[in-house]
Write a protein that binds this ligand. Structure first.
Ligand SMILES: N[C@@H](CCC(=O)N[C@@H](CS)C(=O)NCC(=O)O)C(=O)O
Length: 294
């Protein structure tokens, strides 16, 4: 223990006060629902309950990619779960995801609805269901799963570690920022070295591993999360920059990013998505926004 620190942990931790910082009001040390609320169900086979954060966007990118490839079974309703208002603790959401975190998917395509939670599991479920965006040869599949699970395991150091202490904690503390900046830069270097020899994460084909990694590490490079691109010198990872740019140009990715989004430009926010034509209304809003600026 650091002798200079005035904080001495109690023998047994108790939930006595909010710990400050963003999200303090929704953090709790117990699981389970806080209130009764059933989830709405739309007309499509896939019912997604989510928010346009990087974890949510992974899934909407895949759904848009599947639809663009002609898999009509991937049609989906995307319902907004406002985590700032504690909607992840509603009884219906907790049934879909006992861990109370977005995204959660209910797959209604079979006889009985199937719940899938954890974004990585949702990507895998959909990729396997449609036989798309994941290699089927054993070596390719192993590589793809390795990078998918790499993302799931590595990113909490970026989000819950670095992002929390750099952007959300009530004060700036050097120790955690230093520790997690070091780890995140190491992760950026892992990706950069790999992408020096590979067009996509698993070689020549774009897969669910790219869709899992891009919303976090691509967003970091594009300065869309934590405003930390300069601090982490994210622009210096050239291969990662090339990959980020290339994936960001996909129309499907741009559509996926808009779904359940509640921040940024209004014309780029599709708070709920129930039909492919919902994007057209937004394109119209975008054109109007551009012409109003001129
Ligand atoms: N490992 C989970 C993480 C999901 C996650 O952290 N979701 C956040 C938003 S990005 C959330 O719902 N937070 C609400 C809360 O913690 O109460 C996944 O990949 O699905």
């Amino acid at each position: 223990m650091n002798e200079a620190s005035p904080y001495k942990p109690a023998k047994v931790w108790k939930w006595e006060k909010e710990n400050g910082g963003r999200f303090a009001a929704i953090n709790r040390p117990i699981a389970g629902p806080t209130h009764e609320k059933e989830l709405p169900v739309g007309r499509h086979p896939m019912q997604l309950y989510s928010l346009g954060t990087p974890n949510g966007v992974k899934v909407t990118i895949l759904l848009e990619e599947l639809l663009a490839r002609g898999f009509s079974g991937a049609e989906y309703d995307a319902w907004l779960i406002s985590i700032g208002n504690g909607e992840q603790f509603g009884s219906g959401f907790v049934k879909a995801n006992p861990n109370s975190k977005i995204p959660a998917l209910m797959d209604h395509s079979g006889e009985k609805p199937i719940r899938v939670f954890e974004s990585g599991a949702i990507l895998l479920h959909l990729a396997e269901k449609f036989g798309a965006f994941m290699p089927i040869d054993p070596a390719g599949r192993a590589e793809c799963l390795s990078w998918l699970f790499w993302q799931v395991g590595a990113t909490p150091f970026l989000g819950g570690g670095f992002g929390h202490f750099y952007a959300y904690a009530p004060e700036k503390f050097e120790y955690p920022i230093d520790r997690y900046a070091m780890e995140v830069k190491r992760q950026l270097d892992v990706l950069d070295r790999h992408l020096a020899d590979n067009k996509y994460m698993c070689g020549n084909d774009y897969t669910i591993a790219d869709m899992a990694i891009w919303p976090w590490y691509g967003a970091l490079v594009l300065n869309r999360v934590y405003e930390a691109a300069e601090f982490l010198d994210a622009g210096s990872y050239k291969n990662l920059g090339r990959w980020t740019q290339e994936i960001g140009e996909r129309e499907t990715v741009q559509r996926g990013r808009m779904v359940n989004r509640t921040s940024g430009l209004p014309e780029e926010q599709l708070r709920e998505r129930h039909d492919a034509s919902d994007f057209e209304t937004k394109t119209q809003d975008k054109l109007e926004a551009v012409s109003n600026k001129q």
